[in-house]
Design a protein around this ligand. Structure first.
Ligand SMILES: C[S@@+](CC[C@H](N)C(=O)[O-])C[C@H]1O[C@@H](n2cnc3c(N)ncnc32)[C@H](O)[C@@H]1O
Length: 288
């Protein structure tokens, strides 16, 4: 069915009906208001006042494809091209994982831990959109922050976020699984943090279609036969490059917690596992 006219009231009614097939009427209204705001710069509280106005064909197409993408499970963050992380607004695209609330919690715990003695040098491994590195830099402006990812398109996005936020982070393309690729990093860090890929392929049936179909699999999955692959490589590196008393923080798969502790304990003088807001084991914190 076609939209009956380009009048906002008709466009609104048409796409509200489409969205309501999948979402509640309240959710559909919220989504549509976000689209009108983002694509046509009409703030939610102004929408009703603009009902009699007409929009152009190209404006109509923007709304049309946004609704179509959403109906086919594309995450709204990828459709809008923006997401939030703590108090930062970030650009996001399909080259990087959409930052999760658990990762916000990880960063918030680190910020709390370092409230009185900011780390001098920080390394974020598997930076994706740059969310962790940028949030830490915004809270610890004097810290020197480094962030690496093996995906050049993720690094490009992270750099775009840094530029937009005017935060200086040193982004590098680096494959953490390749032990030779360390050349451009400083020798020592006071804090290393990582949210590496940690989902097992056998856990796919538990995942939502919008994650599986749209988010980069290289950001999600670890080989079934070696769930700690990234953690082991990163812990090895951290063991060599953390200052004495330096901190290593991980976001982890709750099912791997005993194995993680066993792996970390011989290398660090202290290791604790920490629950997230859903009361699932989600983080480890080790001290060198
Ligand atoms: C779970 S995502 C985390 C992204 C971001 N830090 C966050 O918390 O939203 C894991 C990241 O690790 C990166 N990655 C995967 N394999 C890698 C490798 N071998 N070396 C470096 N980074 C890698 C992916 O590109 C992805 O950006």
């Amino acid at each position: 069915m076609k939209v009956s006219s380009n009048k906002i009231t008709d466009v609104y009614a048409h796409y509200l009906a489409q969205l309501s097939v999948k979402w509640s009427s309240q959710e559909s209204t919220g989504i549509l208001k976000q689209f009108f705001h983002h694509f046509l710069q009409i703030p939610p509280h102004q929408l009703v006042h603009n009902f009699e106005k007409r929009i152009s064909e190209s404006q109509l197409l923007l709304i049309h494809f946004a609704v179509k993408d959403l109906m086919s499970n594309k995450p709204i963050q990828y459709i809008l091209g923006v997401t939030s992380f703590l108090d930062l607004e970030l650009h996001i695209n399909e080259n990087a994982l959409i930052p999760r609330p658990e990762t916000e919690e990880l960063v918030s715990k680190i910020i709390h831990q370092f409230a009185n003695h900011h780390p001098q040098r920080i390394l974020d491994i598997g930076t994706g959109s740059g969310c962790i590195a940028l949030a830490l830099k915004s809270k610890f402006p004097e810290s020197e922050v480094w962030a690496v990812d093996f995906s050049s398109s993720a690094i490009e996005l992270a750099q775009k976020n840094a530029d937009a936020l005017q935060l200086k982070v040193n982004f590098l393309i680096l494959d953490i699984l390749d032990s030779n690729s360390t050349e451009d990093l400083p020798e020592k860090f006071d804090l290393i943090v990582s949210n590496p890929p940690y989902v097992l392929p056998s856990e796919k049936p538990l995942m939502q279609a919008n994650v599986l179909d749209y988010e980069p699999h290289a950001a999600l999955f670890v080989p079934e036969n070696d769930p700690l692959l990234f953690y082991r490589k990163i812990a090895q590196r951290a063991n060599a490059s953390l200052t004495e008393g330096g901190h290593l923080w991980f976001e982890i798969n709750e099912n791997q917690s005993p194995a993680m502790q066993e792996m970390l304990q011989p290398w660090f003088q202290f290791t604790e596992v920490i629950h997230d807001f859903r009361d699932r084991i989600r983080f480890t914190h080790s001290i060198k």
